[in-house]
Structure formats: C-alpha cells, structure tokens
Design a protein around this ligand. Structure first.
Ligand code: AMP
Length: 184
C-alpha cells in the first residue's frame, strides 16, 4: 500500500458539487482508501482564463501503482466531462497526483512530485491543513514553501454542513423545563 496525495480542482459548472462527487467517487474505489480530505478553497486562476477555481487535496492509501492511479484519475475526470480543448482550458474536473509515497517519478506521462505543487498555494495550503508536517520529497517541509506563495489569492470556504463544528451547547433544561417539583 502507498500513501498518495491528489490535488483536485474545478472551475466550470457546479464546481463545489463536482469536487464532492469526485471525492465520493474516489472513496468508492476498492483499490484505495481516502485517509483525509482538506477543506474546499476558492482560488484565483493561474496562467489561465476563466472563473475562480475551487480546489481541495485528498490523502489516500492505495494498492495501485502510480500509472494505474493516474489512469483512475483520468477516468474520473472523463466521467465528469473533462475535455482538453487547449492547455489550461477551464475544466469541470482536474485531478493531479501530487505525491506517491516517497517516489520521484519522471516519465513521459507522469511527473511526481507534481512539478508545480511547490509553487501553488491551492495545493500547499490544503495539504498543510491536512498534514502540517508534510514533507515533499526533494523539497523539504511543505509549510516552508508557504511564504513564497502568500501573494496567491486563496480563501477557505465554510463547510455547507457544520454538524461537526463547535456548536453551542444545547440547554436541555430550557427546551424541556422540568415539571414543577421534579428535580434533575
Ligand atoms: P492536466 O491538463 O493538468 O490534467 O495534465 C494532464 C497531463 O499531465 C496528462 O497527459 C498526464 O499524463 C500528465 N501528467 C504528468 N504528471 C502528472 C501528475 N503528477 N498528475 C497528473 N497528470 C500528470
């Protein structure tokens, strides 16, 4: 099993829903287990036109090799209608392999660590949210790279579901006053 990290982004259609659906899709694969998912972030497009992106990062454990994981990511992109009319075109879904264990891979189809991850706030910020001590092979601690990307616009979105947030304690005594004379 290998711990791998994926960067997921979208800036077409209902990008927030697409990110969530993509993570569900990953979680349903019997060849991997999702270990952690970052918050969703709104980020400015870089070297691209179009609307802001929504991005998140997923940490997973997989029995797949790196080429097979790339093929799975591309199948999921395709499932969500990804087309590649030109480089950096707006996209319904983009899934990149950021890290694959400690592997350093440089083949025609796959470069890992992802070549641009060290210079992108939309990767570094969510990755450090999941794992503050994350080390990028060949680059050192991810957190040490954050100052260099501090000028890139990135905003954490509030979760739609806040069930697990720090909800105020419910005062049951107020909701259901005890009948007179009965102590609690
Ligand atoms: P993109 O348009 O950003 O999705 O790039 C897709 C192309 O990048 C594909 O042809 C992949 O083979 C190639 N690629 C190289 N390294 C990676 C990586 N670490 N993760 C995803 N795609 C990669």
């Amino acid at each position: 099993m290998t711990v791998a990290w994926l960067g997921i982004g979208a800036n077409l259609g209902d990008a927030r829903q697409t990110l969530k659906d993509a993570v569900v899709c990953l979680a349903q694969q019997h060849t991997l287990a999702v270990l952690a998912k970052s918050s969703i972030y709104r980020t400015a497009p870089i070297d691209a036109d179009g609307d802001d992106y929504l991005n998140c990062v997923v940490k997973l454990d997989t029995s797949l090799g790196a080429p097979e994981l790339l093929a799975l990511c591309q199948r999921i992109e395709h499932h969500f209608g990804r087309e590649r009319p030109f480089r950096n075109a707006p996209r319904t879904l983009d899934i990149d392999i950021l890290l694959f264990g400690d592997a350093v891979i440089d083949t025609a189809d796959l470069t890992v660590p992802h070549p641009r991850m060290t210079a992108r706030a939309f990767v570094l910020v969510p990755a450090v949210e999941i794992e503050p001590d994350l080390v990028i092979p060949g680059h050192g601690p991810a957190s040490a790279l954050l100052p260099a990307v501090a000028d890139q616009r990135i905003e954490k979105l509030k979760p739609l579901c806040q069930c697990f947030g720090a909800a105020p304690a419910i005062d049951r005594a107020q909701d259901n006053p005890a009948p007179d004379g009965i102590g609690r």
